[in-house]
Design a protein around this ligand. Sequence first.
Ligand SMILES: Cc1cc2nc3c(=O)[nH]c(=O)nc-3n(C[C@H](O)[C@H](O)[C@H](O)COP(=O)(O)OP(=O)(O)OC[C@H]3O[C@@H](n4cnc5c(N)ncnc54)[C@H](O)[C@@H]3O)c2cc1C
Length: 440
Amino acid sequence: MPVRARPRCEGDTMAWDFSTDPEFQEKLDWVDRFCREEVEPLGFIFPYAVRLPDPKVKELVRGLQQQVKDQGLWAIFLDEELGGPGFGQLKLGLLNEILGRYPAAPQLFGAAAPDTGNMEMLAAYGTEEQKERWLQPLLDQEIFSAYSMTEPQGGSDPNLFRTHAVRDGDEWVINGEKWFTSAGRVADILFVMCTNGMFVVPRDTPGVEIMPEPRNHNHIIYTDVRVPADHLLGPEDGAKVLAQRRLGGGRIHHAMRTIAQCTLAFDMMCERALSRESHGATIAEHQMVQEKIADSYAQIRMLRLFVLETAWKIDNTSTQEARTDIAAVKFTMAKVLREVSFNALHIHGSLGTTDLTPLQRMYAEAPTMGIADGVDEVHKATVARRVLKGYRPHEGYFPSEFLPAKREAAWEAWEPRFEADPDLRKVAEGYKEYFAKRRG
Ligand SMILES: Cc1cc2nc3c(=O)[nH]c(=O)nc-3n(C[C@H](O)[C@H](O)[C@H](O)COP(=O)(O)OP(=O)(O)OC[C@H]3O[C@@H](n4cnc5c(N)ncnc54)[C@H](O)[C@@H]3O)c2cc1C
């Protein structure tokens, strides 16, 4: 066989079951209620509440976070061996498709980026001493972190990165420049990817200079930044492995939350379609509106299945082994969010173009999803490259599905049967002649 009939995957042996166990469903119901009744209103009254220094707000936040902890839902992204509740990615997916609807929810559940990815790296690669120094305070939200990887001269290709650390006695001296470090300005510690390792750098270390622009995703210059030798995380030269670990998890978590955003846009689209009239009918009765609703529905269902199946694969193998699907989920979620948020915005007409609903923000953020954590093109190239490893070229001029060759092979394979049963041969030859005539 010149090509593989069908790319196999770990999921091929799974027992298909799309139900949620009742005990976990109770947790999901609690989360749903808690987010609607507590988290959403808090976000309207105190945006970015978790980061606000006011003692009154802090008290409110701590109270809500305690409720989350009491439910055993704190830091849900971390596996048990890494200090979290160990629900696994599939259950995390079900939780995130609720949390993703409310901007304040991930922080109130101790599961907000960029801290989550950084904690995952610390939990997986940190020494006991490093975990005690940084992981626990991050888990308790006593400190916040940022991730400094992208550089001004190149983002998609890590081989273009130049930030480098040089060992000097008991210290490392870091020089370089980073671009788009999210929340770098307000972070206590920065995870700095160097060509020769991943380093933890306290933001107030001399030589760390945060440029005025951009405001939220920072341009940071590192000049002769000295950190103690034990601020190297994981092995020397191990930065790319740590980065993969961090970004792989982050990508699927984004996708889980994107399902929530798409569902919110879809709910709004349906409600509006039933509420407005035009040309003698509700707009829901116009076929071009129905097409948008039907396409959006199918796209969200497909995305959700894909995300949950990928989460299941990670649980049953590893992030590394599920890489093809994580990359495919990454660009698919960006596309689905773009299209569904556009459809919802369009169906809202002029209102959709304002900032009086979440739709304009959602649509504006959609292209971001195709860039952050790796641009679509790079993920598509990864998927194609990895998938193609399961195939090989056909021999000769024609593909293996070339019908005349397949027909001939079938006749050859059946020859023993025809020999044993000449009447069967006669019938087959009759049909052969009949169909050959019809094919012309
Ligand atoms: C909201 C947001 C938050 C971010 N947060 C962080 C953060 O916290 N820390 C951090 O370090 N970085 C962060 N980034 C940066 C992010 O990692 C980079 O934007 C991303 O890796 C792409 O790099 P770039 O922006 O330099 O684009 P480029 O690499 O310059 O790519 C630009 C365009 O070139 C094309 N292109 C590039 N490579 C290829 C290719 N191989 N094949 C085909 N076309 C290609 C694509 O069209 C691509 O969109 C964030 C980005 C965003 C948008």
